[in-house]
Design a protein around this ligand. Structure first.
Ligand code: PEP
Ligand code: MG
Length: 292
């Protein structure tokens, strides 16, 4: 079987009827690009940028981040690299942020909520991402969105950073795409409105399952109740894809469910445009799509 999988390298991720799926990979660090290339992923659908923060003793500088993002973009040679902005808090804690202890961290001060209240941190990251966008095909993805207002606020900060770079005559991709993660029930319900504001959706099934089923994703005692194939979650995925397509944008999945081969057929039938999976799952998922 390993040999059969190897033969899928370079082959399109396409059903027998010709429906094409973009098959991307998830990474946390620039060095993960080795695995992405070795497994023939067609892009990077989720660069969990918080690892650059988790690996540091203090706030990573613009230059440090710029080098990391540029390296990934260059090595991907024009293939799409979706960089998720800082998703710290909850299950990902960093000491130097000085975050207060919370009784319910998953429902607390995390991700885009930190970025919108501490724009000085967000802007450093956005400058690094935008500067790196001159060296490849980078997209920006915002995590933990629950409302249209948050998207407006984040986009206003992105525009301010772009204006600053222009005034400094620093190159960046003027047409850089901005998308959001759909990983809260609120964002599924508001998907038709959100889709008019952004260039793409990527469904974070890890958090979407946690918030939809009210089951802490880190509590192993809840596995009986946290059914990843829950019809509630699957219906939300279909609703999200439909809202995206009605507005003319693409919709992917970057949570772990995206690599679940038992669901690949469902996702293809939902019209999911992109699956971003751990690098070792790329060829197994390509195999199952081609058998569809
Ligand atoms: C998700 O929530 O499904 C996701 C992809 O993001 P993370 O696992 O990093 O929270
Ligand atoms: Mg998440």
């Amino acid at each position: 079987h390993q040999r059969l999988l190897q033969e899928l390298k370079g082959k399109p991720t396409q059903t027998s009827k010709g429906q094409r799926i973009k098959l991307y990979a998830n990474i946390g660090r620039p060095s993960d690009v080795d695995d992405v290339l070795a497994n023939d992923a067609e892009g990077i659908g989720l660069f969990r940028s918080e690892f650059l923060y988790l690996d540091s003793q203090d706030y990573p500088t613009e230059e440090f981040q710029f080098n990391a993002y540029r390296e990934v973009a260059q090595r991907m040679e024009g293939k799409n690299v979706v960089i998720r902005t800082l998703d710290i808090g909850a299950d990902k804690q960093v000491g130097y942020f000085g975050l207060e202890h919370e009784a319910n961290p998953a429902l607390g001060y995390r991700a885009i909520r930190i970025c919108l209240t501490r724009p000085e941190i967000f802007k450093v990251q956005l400058r690094a991402i935008l500067r790196a966008s001159a060296f490849g095909n980078i997209s920006i993805m915002l995590p933990m969105i629950t409302s249209v207002n948050e998207v407006h606020d984040a986009k206003a900060i992105i525009e301010a950073v772009k204006a600053q770079l222009r005034s400094e005559h620093v190159d960046f991709d003027e047409r850089i795409k901005v998308g959001i993660m759909i990983e809260t029930p609120a964002s599924v319900i508001m998907a038709p409105e959100l889709a008019r504001e952004v260039d793409f959706f990527s469904i974070g099934t890890n958090d979407l399952t946690q918030y939809t089923l009210a089951c802490d994703r880190q509590n192993p005692n809840l596995s009986r109740f946290a059914d990843p194939h829950s019809p509630a979650v699957l219906r939300m995925i279909a609703m999200t894809a439909k809202a995206a397509h009605d507005a003319g944008i693409w919709c992917g999945i970057c949570g772990e469910l995206g690599a679940d081969r038992e669901l690949t057929q469902t996702f293809v039938d939902d019209g999911i445009d992109e699956l971003s999976v751990t690098p070792s799952s790329v060829l197994p998922v390509r195999e199952i799509v081609r058998e569809h």
